[in-house]
Design a binder for this molecule. Structure first.
Ligand code: COA
Ligand code: AMP
Length: 635
């Protein structure tokens, strides 16, 4: 396969529509498009307008019809329950068609929303594909979010049904999900008609009569449902992601563009063949789980792995090596934090020794910038290419990568390599002009975005334009900052908004500030992301107390930590906070979060000319020092 990267990128540049029309030949359509790219409502663009398709058909039915019925489609590997369960394409299709029948029986039809709040069990994949089968729009909510976050998503998506489970399992802790679901439904204004509940033996839940339905019982009576053709431009799913406030953004994914882009990416970005075993060690609640646990591997006829465990502790730092060896994994995709955890617990990779990794070809990392030390450690221990690639929930597939299906370009640790065909990536300086090589600026993508990227936000075209398209007219703003080097490699260095990446999970410090500000003793607050050797970044809160509050600071901090856990969820990893006398601010009253972060990370900083009172910086430094900052940070 040796098409060069540059020739392919130029081919796309010369004829973008021809490029995607050719890629779309790989998909089974009920009806081809009238307009490949509909720009009539630009800057909102629609790919494959007029086409009809079904994502579930392309993930399952067509493979069963094309000789893959007995090939494994899904391997569920759960060290936390000691279970391995395998589904051929025919078996997975049978389960999905039945569950699609359950959804229909309970009133779900094309265009209805279904919220899925499930742990990493096969039923999550089955439920997602069943929605796709009948044209219902799924919205998966990550299990580590608290009831309030779930309620916010229920109110925005207004689901007819919710699919959930009695519990999840975190290493050796059983987390009852059902009470969280019940609380979320209580909190939400919108009430679903039906909840389908998967009872897990670790913690069966009591069902609400008239509303809750038992998954197993429903499946036993279900009649399989056929695929329902939908418009290529119809939404396949909504995935909520952190924005700059407590209100998450409902990223919409369409059916047609998503199919074409993900199918293309499997061959050219990840360099896999149909029949390969592909493992994305993430969670179905995140975009990586949507794109590369569920949809792309199945669109492409691969075997996908669903892993209910952690890189360490389930039971040891050899967990990933066991899975790779046992299921003959060819490609692994995970977040750098997983490798930092393994490296921390087993620096010499001695747990690797007993395992045969001869099938393993490539490790892909994304979700946060991979620090060079971790990348080099993985390369040295695994002796395979380790590819850092960059993308976002919004894009749904990689923006920059080393495209192994074309040719492997030299790896530069710390860089996400080069733009993927379809993406015209530019770096703009403060004057909105293109920055020189090596000069840091805002990273933007020239419109239109390629197929697969969000066409808009759920029921919020204005919000979409305002958030992503208004800062740099003609461009999509990624909210990342970085630079291009002399070779055209992209270096993604930081966010330009208040999003932080904690263990590869995207979180908003603004949302955490909203929680802290709601504490009765807090006058004002700021949350910053500080460097962490394991999780990349973790949140650190600073609060100023209201005058006259003289309760012990420790007690207040404990309450704040608990509030964030209860209102956002344990996934926020909010565990550190300090009570400070004052926050450093500009004369116009803007809190200098960036300067505080630099102090906490031990980085050089300039005292901003606009600062209200420079002496506050020394006070903050002293407060942070008491918490042990600055301490060890990543390269
Ligand atoms: N349901 C309920 N709780 C959850 C949860 C879920 N699905 N997922 C995480 N949590 C909880 C954890 O139990 C933990 O709770 P604690 O504060 O009581 O210990 C908290 O949320 C933070 O979880 P996590 O970020 O996973 O941290 P960890 O310390 O448990 O594990 C790693 C650290 C590095 C091992 C872990 O983050 C990991 O495996 N990362 C892999 C990368 C990944 O999946 N990235 C996703 C995007 S690609
Ligand atoms: P999410 O939407 O959760 O996938 O988070 C997207 C954000 O994670 C991006 O905007 C980046 O800030 C960061 N990110 C993801 N992958 C990378 C990478 N390879 N290098 C640097 N940052 C990354």
């Amino acid at each position: 396969m040796s098409q060069s990267y540059h020739a392919t990128y130029q081919k796309w540049q010369k004829d973008p529509l021809g490029f995607w029309a050719e890629a779309a030949e790989a998909i089974d359509w009920y009806k081809k498009w009238d307009t490949l790219l509909d720009a009539s409502e630009a800057p909102i663009y629609r790919w494959f307008n007029g086409a009809e398709v079904n994502s579930c058909y392309n993930a399952l039915d067509r493979h069963v019809g094309n000789g893959r019925s007995q090939q494994l489609a899904l391997i569920y590997d759960s060290p936390v329950t000691n279970t391995i369960q395998k589904f051929t394409y025919a078996e997975l299709l049978d389960q999905v068609a039945r569950f699609a029948g359950v959804l229909q029986q309970h009133g779900a039809a094309k265009g209805d929303r279904v919220v899925i709040y499930l742990p990493m069990v096969p039923e999550a994949v089955i439920a997602m594909l069943a929605c796709a089968r009948i044209g219902a729009i799924h919205s998966v909510v990550f299990g580590g979010f608290a009831a309030k976050e779930l309620a916010t998503r229920i109110d925005d998506a207004k689901p007819k049904l919710i699919v959930s489970a009695s519990c999840g399992i975190e290493v050796n802790r059983v987390i009852p999900y059902k009470p969280l679901l019940d609380e979320a439904i209580d909190l939400a204004t919108h009430k679903p008609q039906t909840c389908v509940i998967l009872q897990r033996p670790q913690a069966p839940a009591s069902l609400v009569e008239g509303r809750d339905v038992d998954w197993q019982a429903a499946m036993q009576q279900a009649k399989p449902a056929d695929c329902v053709p939908v418009a290529a431009t119809d939404p396949l799913y909504i995935l909520y992601t952190s924005g700059t406030t407590g209100m998450p953004k409902g990223v919409v994914r369409d059916n047609g563009g998503h199919l074409v882009a993900l199918h293309w990416s499997m061959k050219y970005v990840y360099g896999v063949q149909p029949g390969d075993v592909y493992w994305a060690a993430s969670d179905v609640g995140w975009v990586v789980g949507h794109s590369y646990i569920v949809y792309a591997p199945l669109f492409y006829g691969c075997t996908t792995i669903l892993y209910e465990g952690k890189p360490v502790g389930t039971p040891d730092p050899g967990a990933f090596w066991r899975v790779i060896s046992e299921h003959k994994v060819n490609v692994l995709f995970t977040a750098p934090t997983a490798f930092r955890a393994i490296k921390r617990d087993d620096p010499d990779a001695s747990y690797l020794e007993p395992y045969d990794l001869s099938h393993f070809r490539t490790l892909f990392l994304a979700g946060e910038r991979c620090d060079p030390a971790t990348l080099q450690w993985a390369e040295e221990k695994l002796k395979v290419p380790v590819i850092d690639h960059w993308w976002q929930t919004e894009t749904g597939w990689p923006i920059c990568a080393n495209l192994l299906g074309l040719e492997q370009l030299p790896i530069k640790p710390g860089s996400a390599t080069v733009p993927v065909p379809g993406y015209d990536v530019r770096i703009l300086d403060v004057y909105e002009e293109e920055a020189d090589a090596g000069e840091i600026g805002s990273i933007v993508i020239k419109l239109p975005l390629p197929p697969g990227c969000l066409p808009t936000l759920w029921h919020n075209d204005e919000g979409y334009k305002q958030t992503y398209l208004s800062n740099f007219p003609g461009y999509y703003s990624t909210a990342d900052a970085g630079f291009k080097d002399e070779d055209g490699y992209l270096w993604i260095m930081s966010r330009t908004d208040d999003i932080i990446n904690v263990a590869g999970h995207r979180l908003s410090t603004g949302a955490m500030e909203e929680v802290l500000a709601a504490h009765p003793d807090v006058a004002e607050c700021a949350v910053i992301g500080v460097a962490d050797a394991l999780k990349g970044e973790i949140p650190l809160g600073t609060v100023v107390l209201k005058a006259g509050v003289n309760r012990p600071h420790d007690a207040i901090i404990k309450e704040l930590v608990q509030m964030v856990r209860e209102r956002i969820g344990p996934v926020a990893s909010f565990k550190i906070a300090a009570v400070v006398e004052r926050l450093p601010k500009t004369r116009s009253g803007k809190v200098l979060r960036g300067t505080m972060k630099k102090i906490a990370d031990g980085e050089a900083y300039r005292v901003p000319a606009t600062i209200d009172n420079p002496a506050i910086l020394a006070e903050i430094a002293a407060d942070l020092a008491e918490l042990g900052y600055p301490h060890q940070k990543n390269e």
